[in-house]
Design a binder for this molecule. Structure first.
Ligand SMILES: Cc1ncc(COP(=O)(O)O)c(C=O)c1O
Length: 342
C-alpha cells in the first residue's frame, strides 16, 4: 500500500517564535532538502508592514482566532517570511496541511496547469481529475468509493449522514433504525453542527447548543464501555481517531480498535476512522489504521490531501456506498478541479 508521494508534517501550535527569528545571512538561507532559498527583498514586497496588517485584521475580520502576532506573507519549502523579510522555520505546515512545503515545484505545476485548463465545473458534470484522485485513493486503501468535500469537518458531516442513511437503507422495515453515535474523550471532529456534536471538548459545543442529539462520549480506550453501548443496537456509527491529534498525541491500542470493529460487526453499527489529522503518511504508514491491522467502514481525510488547497474526502466501502442515492448529499465546490499530484 501507499504509493502516493507524501512528506509527513508536524502538528505544533504556532507561537510568535521570536526565538526563531535571526538576522538574514545576506538575504540567503539554506533550507532543508538541500534547497537554497532566497529570502524576499522587503523593499519589493507589495504588502504593507506587519503592524498595518494586524490593525486591519483587528478592524475588519470577525474575531474567532487568537492569532500569533506574526504576518506571514511568503514562503518557500520549509521557510516562511513576514513583510519585513524576517525568516521563520515552518514547523506547523498550516495545521498539518502543507505536507509538500511552500511552492513545491510539482504542486505548482499541477495547480497552474489545471487552472489554465479549467477553472471550475460543478458536480453536475464529470471531472477528469476528480475521477483520477478517487481511483488513486481507492487503489491505496480499504475503500471502494470516495465522496469529496472541502474540509475535514464536511468529510465528517458526510460520514454522519451516510451512517444514518445506511441504517435506514439496510433496515427498511424498522421504524426506529439506529441513529445515534459514539465518540470519545479528547476527540476533535470539526466545527460544523454534526461534527461539532461529536467533538468532546465542551467549550467548543456549549455556546452553540443544541447540537445534533444522540451522541455519547466514552473514555478513549475503554473497551467494555464501548462494547456495552454498541450492543444496545441504537448506534449508527462509532467515530474514532486511531491517533488523536487535539490536545496531545494519543494513540489507540490495537485491542481497542479491534474490539470496536467486532462490536460494530455484531451490532450492525458502522466504524468510522477520522484520519483528517493522523492520515496521509503522518504516522509513517499511509493510513494510521494500517499499523493496527483494523479497517473501518468509512474514513475521513482532509488537511494535506491537496498540499494546501481546501479539500476533504469520505472514503467508504461498497456496502455503505450502496445505501447512498442521487441527491442524498452534495457540494458546490467539492473537488471541482483537483489535479492528482503524484
Ligand atoms: C481529527 C480531525 N478531524 C476533523 C478536523 C476538522 O477539519 P477542518 O478544520 O478541515 O474542518 C480536524 C481539524 O483539525 C481534525 O484534527
Amino acid at each position: 500500500m501507499g504509493s502516493l508521494k507524501l512528506f509527513p508534517s508536524f502538528s505544533l501550535s504556532v507561537s510568535p517564535a521570536t526565538n526563531l527569528r535571526r538576522p538574514l545571512n545576506n538575504g540567503r538561507v539554506n533550507a532543508s532538502l538541500n534547497m537554497d532559498v532566497e529570502a524576499p527583498n522587503p523593499l519589493k514586497l507589495k504588502s504593507n508592514g506587519s503592524n498595518e496588517v494586524i490593525e486591519k485584521d483587528a478592524k475588519f475580520i470577525v474575531g474567532t482566532y487568537a492569532r500569533a502576532p506574526v504576518v506571514l506573507s511568503s514562503g518557500k519549502g520549509c521557510k516562511l517570511y513576514d513583510p519585513e523579510g524576517r525568516e521563520f522555520l515552518d514547523c506547523a505546515a498550516g495545521i498539518a496541511v502543507n505536507a509538500l512545503g511552500h511552492g513545491d515545484p510539482d504542486w505548482l505545476r499541477a495547480v497552474t496547469e489545471q487552472a489554465s485548463i479549467l477553472t471550475h465545473v460543478s458536480n453536475a458534470y464529470y471531472s477528469i481529475p476528480q475521477a483520477e484522485l478517487a481511483e488513486r485513493l481507492v487503489g491505496n486503501s480499504f475503500a471502494d468509493r470516495v465522496f469529496f468535500t472541502n474540509s475535514g469537518t464536511e468529510a465528517n458531516e458526510a460520514a454522519i449522514k451516510f451512517s444514518r442513511k445506511f441504517q435506514r437503507f439496510i433496515h427498511p422495515d424498522n421504524k426506529q433504525p439506529a441513529t445515534e453515535f459514539i465518540s470519545f474523550t479528547n476527540s476533535f471532529h470539526g466545527r460544523t453542527m454534526g461534527a461539532l456534536a461529536l467533538t468532546s471538548k465542551e467549550h467548543y459545543r456549549s455556546p452553540f447548543e443544541p447540537v445534533m442529539p444522540g451522541v455519547t462520549f466514552l473514555e478513549y480506550g475503554n473497551i467494555q464501555a464501548a462494547i456495552d453501548l454498541i450492543r444496545n443496537g441504537m448506534i449508527a456509527a462509532v467515530f474514532v481517531e486511531p491517533v488523536q491529534g487535539e490536545g496531545g498525541i494519543y494513540s489507540a491500542t490495537k485491542e481497542f480498535l479491534q474490539a470496536l470493529r467486532s462490536a460494530c460487526d455484531d451490532a450492525g453499527s458502522l466504524l468510522v476512522f477520522d484520519e483528517v489529522q493522523c492520515g496521509l503518511g503522518r504516522t509513517g504508514y499511509l493510513w494510521a489504521h494500517e499499523a493496527y491491522g483494523v479497517f473501518p467502514d468509512m474514513m475521513t481525510l482532509a488537511k494535506p490531501l491537496a498540499g494546501g488547497l481546501p479539500i476533504g474526502a469520505t472514503l467508504v466501502s461498497e456496502r455503505v456506498a450502496s445505501a447512498i442515492a442521487h441527491g442524498d448529499h452534495g457540494s458546490t465546490f467539492a473537488a471541482s478541479r483537483r489535479k492528482v499530484i503524484t
